[in-house]
Design a protein around this ligand. Structure first.
Ligand SMILES: C[S@@+](CC[C@H](N)C(=O)[O-])C[C@H]1O[C@@H](n2cnc3c(N)ncnc32)[C@H](O)[C@@H]1O
Length: 322
C-alpha cells in the first residue's frame, strides 16, 4: 500500500516541484491516504486535536439554541434547514436533528438543492488548502514543494499570479520593507464559500474558526501554517504528509470581501465566547447545563468553561446573511 508521502514524492518526480496547495490537498484529502480520508480518527483524546464539537453536549445544545433563534428571525419557515459544512465526525448531528439537518464533507453527504435556513461550519476554512508566498529582498514568489534526500523541502517557485498580487501588496505594506515574509494565499476560500451559499435561498451562513483581520496580520510575519500531531503543534508542515493535520489561520477580512462579492451581508466578527454567551444567556445557560446528577452537571460546567474561556477567546464567529 502506498502512502501520501510516496504519492507526493512520485508527483514531484513526475512534474517537478509542486505548489503547496497541491501538497496540502494530497496530504489532507487524497481519497485513500489523505489525513481526513484515512480510517484513523484525527479528533479527540486518541487523535491529534480537539475541536469545539468534541465538547458535547454543551456545544451542541448552544448551537441548537442559535438555530432556534435564527429560525424565529426568518419567521419560522415550514422547512427550516441546517446544513453543516465540513461536518467531520458528525458530533453535532444529534443536536441538530430537531431541524431538517444535512451534513456535507468531502466525499460524503450533500445539501438540498435550495433551502431556507442556516449553513453552519466549525473549523472548515482553516482546513482548506492554501498557497504560500515568500517575500524576500523585495521580490514575492510562490513557494513550491520539492523532494531532497527523502524529505520534502521548500523551493522558490514562480512569481505570484496576477490575480493575487494586490492581496500580497496589501499584506506587504503592513511590514517594514526588507523583512523576510511568509504569507498564505487562501486560494480555495471563495469557491468554498460560493458552494455553501449557492443552495441557500434565504438565511444565514455561520462560521466558527480561528484567524486574523487584515491589521492583525502583522502578528504573523512567518505566516500561520501549522501542523498538529498527538496534541502537539508541529512547525514543519512538510513532515509526515497524511499523518498530521495542516492548518492555516483564516483571513477574516478577505472572507468578508469574498462574501460581499457573492452578495452576502456580513455581521461584525465576534469572539466564540461572545457568540456562545448570546446563545446561552436567554435562559442563563439552564438548558445547556441541564443534567440528571451532580457528576454530569460538573462535567457540563467544565465543558462550558473550556468553551467560554479556553477556545472562546481565540476562536471567532462570523455570520453572513442572504
Ligand atoms: C478541522 S475539521 C472540523 C470538523 C468538524 N466541523 C468539527 O468541528 O469537529 C475540517 C473538516 O472540514 C472538511 N472539509 C474540508 N474541505 C471541505 C470542503 N471543501 N467541503 C466540505 N468539507 C470540507 C474536512 O474533511 C474535515 O472533516
Amino acid at each position: 500500500m502506498r502512502s501520501a508521502a510516496e504519492l507526493l514524492a512520485s508527483e514531484i518526480r513526475g512534474q517537478g516541484p509542486i505548489p503547496f496547495s497541491q501538497f496540502m490537498e494530497t496530504a489532507l484529502y487524497h481519497p485513500e491516504h489523505g489525513y481526513y480520508r484515512s480510517p484513523r480518527d484525527p479528533f479527540g483524546v486518541a487523535g491529534d486535536f480537539y475541536t469545539a464539537s468534541q465538547l458535547q453536549p454543551v456545544f451542541g445544545r448552544l448551537i441548537a439554541a442559535v438555530m432556534r433563534h435564527r429560525c424565529a428571525q426568518l419567521g419560522d419557515p415550514h422547512h427550516f434547514t441546517v446544513v453543516e459544512w465540513g461536518a467531520g465526525r458528525g458530533e453535532l448531528a444529534e443536536h441538530l436533528n430537531a431541524f431538517h439537518h444535512h451534513s456535507v464533507d468531502i466525499g460524503r453527504g450533500g445539501a438540498p438543492d435550495r433551502f431556507e435556513g442556516v449553513v453552519f461550519s466549525n473549523e472548515l476554512f482553516d482546513a482548506l488548502p492554501v498557497d504560500v508566498v515568500r517575500v524576500r529582498h523585495g521580490a514575492a514568489s510562490l513557494m513550491h514543494v520539492g523532494c531532497r534526500d527523502d524529505a520534502f523541502v521548500w523551493i522558490d517557485g514562480p512569481a505570484v499570479p496576477d490575480e493575487w498580487r494586490p492581496y500580497v501588496e496589501r499584506a506587504r505594506a503592513l511590514f517594514p520593507s526588507g523583512e523576510d515574509l511568509w504569507l498564505e494565499l487562501p486560494v480555495r476560500l471563495r469557491d468554498t464559500l460560493a458552494a455553501m451559499a449557492a443552495p441557500l435561498a434565504r438565511g444565514f451562513i455561520i462560521a466558527i474558526d480561528y484567524g486574523y483581520t487584515a491589521p492583525e496580520l502583522v502578528r504573523f510575519p512567518r505566516g500561520t501554517l501549522m501542523s498538529y500531531r498527538r496534541h502537539r503543534a508541529v512547525e514543519d508542515v512538510l513532515r509526515h504528509p497524511g499523518e498530521q493535520d495542516i492548518t492555516a489561520h483564516v483571513p477574516f477580512t478577505h472572507l468578508e470581501a469574498c462574501a460581499a462579492s457573492l452578495g452576502l451581508v456580513s455581521s461584525p466578527l465576534v469572539t466564540l465566547a461572545r457568540f456562545l454567551m448570546d446563545a446561552g444567556e436567554p435562559d442563563q445557560f439552564a438548558s445547556a447545563l441541564a443534567a440528571p446528577d451532580e457528576r454530569q452537571a460538573l462535567r457540563l460546567r467544565l465543558q462550558l468553561k473550556s468553551l467560554l474561556f479556553g477556545m472562546g477567546a481565540t476562536y471567532r464567529c462570523i455570520t453572513f446573511r442572504r
